[in-house]
Design a protein around this ligand. Structure first.
Ligand code: MG
Length: 283
């Protein structure tokens, strides 16, 4: 079995054990990845966050060699499938895209989308949002309507961090009045329904596919719940787990929880590619 020394990206002992377990039994491996900041670069307009070619190529090579690939994202599933170019791609035939933190789903093998009704509070919050932003003198903040959730982005404003701080209280109040919760991220605050996060999404995938090893690659606060779920499952002895932080200057919440930190989508591509290399030719 090939060794896995990662000279440029040191890996924890738990991460190395997971890497070896993947090589030993690739078909019982579940590889999960966030989309933005992991498979695609962060750009000012989230609607233009096309996937990185090398990252998707590497994920595809992995997909040919392991049991199951899933993208677990806060995005609408339909948009992630489009921006990723995942539809009909040979090598990603096992892929599922869990959108809006697992509330939506697309499966590559059927090509079908499952898209539930939006929680009622989203309509109420959406209606109040323009007035709230105008009162805060933040009418130019980009509002990303994801149907089941709404993201308010500050990246394009003069002082994104100050704008985010100014939004926090009023958006928390707005969310509470409409039975929603706030989800902070990299220069974004999202309003969405209660009771579902990426940790729930990962646990559901584990229950469905019974993997021996779970990989999760993330970059942002929304991925903390997924990392915690993998760490809990790993601590219970249920699985081995490899947690990959796609590092950035904007967010370091995952660094302490990760087994390996790589440099953004290019680093993710290199790590996935290395794993595919170690797995060798497709059987
Ligand atoms: Mg992300």
């Amino acid at each position: 079995m090939p060794a896995n020394p990662f000279s440029q990206a040191p890996m924890t002992a738990e991460g190395r054990a997971a890497w070896d377990a993947i090589l030993a039994d690739p078909r019982r491996t579940l590889v999960c990845s966030d989309f933005d900041g992991v498979l695609s670069p962060i750009v000012p307009d989230p609607d233009s966050a096309w996937a990185s070619g090398p990252a998707v190529d590497a994920l595809t090579r992995l997909g040919e060699r392991i049991g199951k690939v899933a993208v677990v994202t806060g995005r609408v599933a339909r948009r992630a499938v489009t921006l990723g170019g995942f539809g009909g791609r040979a090598g990603l035939g096992t892929m599922s895209v869990l959108g809006v933190y697992g509330l939506e789903r697309w499966d590559a093998d059927t090509g079908e989308f499952a898209e539930p009704e939006a929680p009622p509070g989203v309509d109420g919050a959406r209606a109040e949002l323009p007035g709230l932003l105008a009162r805060l003198d933040l009418a130019h903040a980009r509002v990303e309507d994801k149907r089941l959730s709404i993201g308010i982005h500050t990246r394009e404003l003069d002082d994104p961090a100050a704008a985010l701080a100014r939004l926090q209280g009023p958006l928390t109040d707005l969310a509470a009045r409409h039975g929603l919760r706030v989800e902070p991220g990299r220069n974004v605050i999202e309003l969405r329904g209660p009771g579902h996060d990426k940790g729930d999404a990962v646990r559901a995938l584990v229950a469905e596919y019974d993997p021996a090893v779970v990989v999760f690659a993330g970059d942002d606060l929304g991925d903390v719940a997924a990392f915690a779920a993998v760490r809990d499952l790993r601590a219970s002895g249920r699985i081995k787990g490899l947690l990959i932080c796609s590092g950035s200057d904007e967010q370091d919440a995952l660094v302490a929880l990760a087994d390996v930190v790589v440099d953004g989508p290019d680093g993710v591509a290199a790590l996935f590619g290395r794993l595919a290399d170690d797995l060798g030719s497709v059987a």
